[in-house]
Design a protein around this ligand. Structure first.
Ligand SMILES: NC(=O)C1=CN([C@@H]2O[C@H](COP(=O)(O)OP(=O)(O)OC[C@H]3O[C@@H](n4cnc5c(N)ncnc54)[C@H](OP(=O)(O)O)[C@@H]3O)[C@@H](O)[C@H]2O)C=CC1
Ligand SMILES: N[C@@H](CC=O)C(=O)O
Length: 813
């Protein structure tokens, strides 16, 4: 014998009922079958609201009843051949007249008892079961319809009646063993008390009917047919990557259902659980899908974590006070106060210091809880032994569920670390010693992110989603976007990173798109975007609260650099080629690094020195392994190296500078390069990374630029340089006369940093530098004479973009 139950959506209309009939007909070929059906989807609500309206003296109850009648009549007309319809149509009409009479009585009396409620609600299942049974018969398949009220006996606790299992088992066994039929069909949810008065089984009632019948007849299995293809690893509305769990234990299914996986209502599987009868969750609309098998033992295969779930509308109540320490009875009184008011406790934690007890309850009960708990501890509150109860609202519980978690250390570590890395603050934690469930109370606004992060951590061996927000689409920004577009496939396949561009902005326009911006069309989409507002862009990033978010600053703008603070505090990593933040006041540089540490994210700026050359990374590796920097000698300006490599007086100095700018080596404002400011910033960043607390005004700069060139605009700068050609020629000639090249050199030695133009002879380490090369020589305790050298192209949009790209990958991982 097998039992199949079909829920409200499965029997919502004629089209769905046809699907049910075909599933039932196929099932009957395999074994004797009991079918339990719910009311047509939405009908129970219509009936109950009609009864409430009637009790309130509102005659619009009639409209609700008319809809009920119409839906059933329509179903009959669409499902049953015309010649066979009349009897069933009369039955529907007769039942609807009865309903009308009952509601009219309620309307006149203005009184609705729970007993009448059950009577009214019972029509839903009764009618649907009659119609479905007749449909099966009209398809030429024999089926025995039976009113569940004759088999399922309960007490008279209307609307949530308790089953008398002894009486029920006897009736059920007697009926099914004495019948020759191969297929039975019964209404779910409804039952009767010992006097034969209609009762209902409460929430999840039709599942419960099916489970009771399955247990009483020792069914080989129970199939719950619904509108999803099984229990899922997480709520698919929160996680697009949620997937069906093939096998799950009763305990795990109950835990997940308790936390909102609405496929089954936990108490309803108790009867089958006691008999270890397997339960299948199947999809009426995709019967070919495997579904989920709920069985007695937890499967040893598959994921250790079986599923992730959450409940919203949680309030956290905290009872705190030094007067609680070491004194028994506080928790008893707390829970007594709550239970006297039937306040359901969802989660409990108590610190081992015994200084506080935290309980989570539904938010709707929080105010009452405060009232009763404060009253219960009024004396202690007056004596200041405990504080008045504190309540925090807008919280949720996120939970990992899995019976096998208990034999695997490190699960909670991974859970909390994954959430922590994404800035999800955990307000309370609970894990019973059975370790089937690890629960964390978090802010409701973080639920989506937390569930995604946990899903990624425990289920998605395929890829990790990274959400990028890029400010700056100029020389470097545009190259970066191009490189990302080309590498997306590689990142996903080889590095398991699914990188999405969610936001992009320049100084004029901005675009935020949670589903991701097409990297082939970003330019056009951005042009059609909204007017840029840095504030809204940042708000857009924060409010989206997406996991693994990275803000990428490819501007040279101080206002953009000023938003890192806010972003890091939301655990959003920052990757910057903009040097303003790292070269601002030491306190700010330090603060940003500390914020990144504190909020478990990254602040990366490798390209601030030497573009994509691994300079900061190398320095950090040396220091982390215990080395100490004694001295740094470096050429850090790609622009100046290019200019002095290409200037020999044969064409004007200003023209060579312009070429450097056109080739994308200079800062957006080239005066920063020519004045030496850019190099000062870089040597200062290296000195800071080496541990020196140093500011810009402590760095000496022997500028080679005439004062006249540094006045006015960029155009004035070029014009002035043209006028000073002699000065630049003299610089070149003097160096050439000495057999030297001109190099703009940066040094850091004994805590002092300096930059300036120098004559470099052929024997010098800095002599052989070409094009826009940079070079850094690290003299350290381990490299005292022959320095550790990093050398190569140190400017250019393409290489800089690749350095930013590398930082994005670092931040992603
Ligand atoms: N070139 C190189 O070799 C290297 C450059 N860098 C750094 O790269 C950064 C970018 O340089 P580069 O691409 O040449 O500069 P560009 O001037 O070409 O681009 C700057 C971009 O920033 C945008 N922008 C300016 N203000 C804002 C704002 N408030 N909000 C959003 N976007 C803004 C600009 O917008 P719009 O398009 O509207 O003007 C532009 O798209 C600089 O900080 C530079 O120091 C670092 C290492 C090497
Ligand atoms: N303008 C810079 C670019 C890299 O930081 C340079 O010329 O080196």
């Amino acid at each position: 014998m097998q039992v199949l139950k079909f829920g409200g959506t499965s029997v919502a209309n004629a089209e769905n009922i046809r699907k049910v009939v075909s599933i039932v007909t196929a099932a009957k070929q395999k074994d004797k079958t009991i079918v339990v059906v719910s009311a047509l989807g939405g009908v129970t609500d219509l009936l109950l609201s009609a009864s409430s309206l009637a009790a309130e003296g509102d005659d619009s109850y009639k409209e609700k009843l008319a809809v009920v009648e119409q839906r059933h009549l329509e179903a009959v007309k669409q499902l049953i051949p015309v010649a066979q319809q009349s009897q069933l149509l009369s039955l529907v009409k007769k039942s609807c007249n009865e309903l009308e009479d009952i509601c009219s009585g309620i309307y006149l009396l203005r009184e609705l008892t729970t007993r009448s409620k059950d009577r009214i609600a019972s029509y839903g299942e009764w009618l649907s079961s009659r119609i479905i049974a007749e449909t099966i018969l009209s398809n030429g398949v024999e089926v025995a319809w039976k009113d569940s009220r004759e088999l399922i006996i309960t007490n008279s606790n209307y609307t949530a009646a308790e089953v008398d299992f002894t009486a029920t088992a006897e009736k059920v066994r007697q009926y099914f063993s004495s019948s020759e039929a191969g297929l039975f069909l019964l209404p779910g949810f409804i039952s009767a008390d010992k006097k034969g008065i209609t009762t209902t089984l409460g929430r999840g009632g039709s599942d419960y009917t099916a489970a009771i019948l399955a247990a009483c007849v020792d069914a080989v299995n129970l199939e719950i047919w619904t509108d999803v293809s099984g229990m899922m690893t997480a709520d698919p509305r929160l996680t697009a990557n949620a997937r069906i769990i093939p096998r799950i234990s009763y305990q795990e299914a109950m835990e997940l259902s308790h936390f909102g996986a609405k496929v089954i209502y936990p108490p309803t599987i108790q009867p089958v659980m006691n008999k270890r009868i397997p339960v299948w969750i199947k999809n009426t609309f995709a019967p070919q899908d495997e579904g989920t098998l709920i069985e007695a033992a937890a499967s040893k295969t598959g994921n250790i974590v079986r599923g992730i779930s959450s409940i919203n509308n949680i309030a956290l109540l905290s009872l705190e006070g030094s007067g609680m320490i070491g004194i028994p009875g506080f928790s008893k009184r707390l829970f007594e106060a709550l239970s006297n008011e039937r306040i359901n406790v969802i989660l409990i934690t108590q610190s081992s210091s015994e200084h506080s007890i935290c309980v989570a309850v539904d938010s709707s009960a929080a105010a009452l809880a405060k009232q009763v708990v404060d009253a219960a501890f009024a004396n202690e509150i007056t004596l200041q032994k405990v504080e008045p109860l504190t309540i925090e609202n807008e919280l949720s519980v996120a939970a990992l569920v899995g019976e096998n978690m208990k034999s695997h250390p490190g699960i909670s570590g991974r859970m909390f670390s994954a959430m922590g890395k994404n800035g999800v603050n955990i307000r309370a934690i609970a894990q019973g010693s059975s370790e089937k469930n690890i629960s964390a109370v978090i802010s409701t606004k973080d639920v989506r992110k937390a569930i995604n992060v946990l899903h990624e951590e425990f289920f998605e061996t395929t890829y990790k989603q990274v959400n990028l927000f890029i400010a700056g689409t100029g020389n470097v920004g545009a190259k970066l976007l191009g490189q990302l577009q080309k590498q997306l496939g590689f990142l996903q396949q080889q590095m398991k990173l699914q990188v999405r561009l969610v936001g992009v902005s320049n100084s004029r326009k901005m675009l935020l798109k949670e589903e991701g911006i097409n990297l082939e069309k970003w330019k056009g989409e951005l042009e059609n975007g909204e007017s840029a507002s840095l504030e809204s862009f940042v708000e857009g990033i924060i409010s989206r609260n997406l996991r693994n978010s990275i803000f990428v600053d490819v501007t040279a703008n101080d206002k953009v650099a000023a938003v890192y603070d806010k972003l890091l505090q939301k655990s959003i990593s920052v990757v910057a080629c903009n040097k303003i933040a790292a070269s601002s006041a030491y306190e700010q540089y330090k603060r940003l690094k500390d914020l990144a540490n504190e909020f478990n994210c990254q602040f990366l700026f490798e390209t601030n020195v030497g573009a994509a050359l691994p300079i900061i990374g190398t320095l950090n590796d040396l220091l982390r392994s215990g080395d100490r920097v004694n001295r740094i000698d470096a050429v850090l300006s790609g622009t100046l190296n290019f200019v002095f490599n290409n200037y020999d007086g044969s064409r004007p100095f200003a023209e060579v500078v312009k070429q450097a700018q056109d080739e994308g080596y200079t800062e957006p404002d080239p005066r920063l390069d020519l004045s030496g400011t850019d190099v000062m910033r870089k040597i200062m960043i290296l000195a800071r990374e080496a541990g020196e607390k140093i500011e810009m005004n402590e760095i000496s700069n022997e500028s080679f630029m005439p004062e006249s060139c540094m006045q006015g605009s960029v155009a004035d700068f070029y014009a002035a340089m043209a006028k000073e050609e002699k000065h630049f020629k003299a610089l070149f000639d003097n160096a050439a006369k000495a057999g030297c090249k001109l190099k703009f050199v940066a040094t850091f030695n004994n805590g002092k940093a300096a930059v300036g133009l120098q004559h470099i002879d052929p024997a010098h380490n800095l002599y052989h530098l070409y094009g826009k090369d940079n070079i850094v020589l690290f003299y350290t305790e381990r490299y005292p004479e022959q320095p550790m050298v990093v050398k190569g192209a140190g400017a250019g949009a393409e290489v800089t973009a690749s350095g930013v790209f590398a930082d994005i990958i670092r931040a992603s991982r």
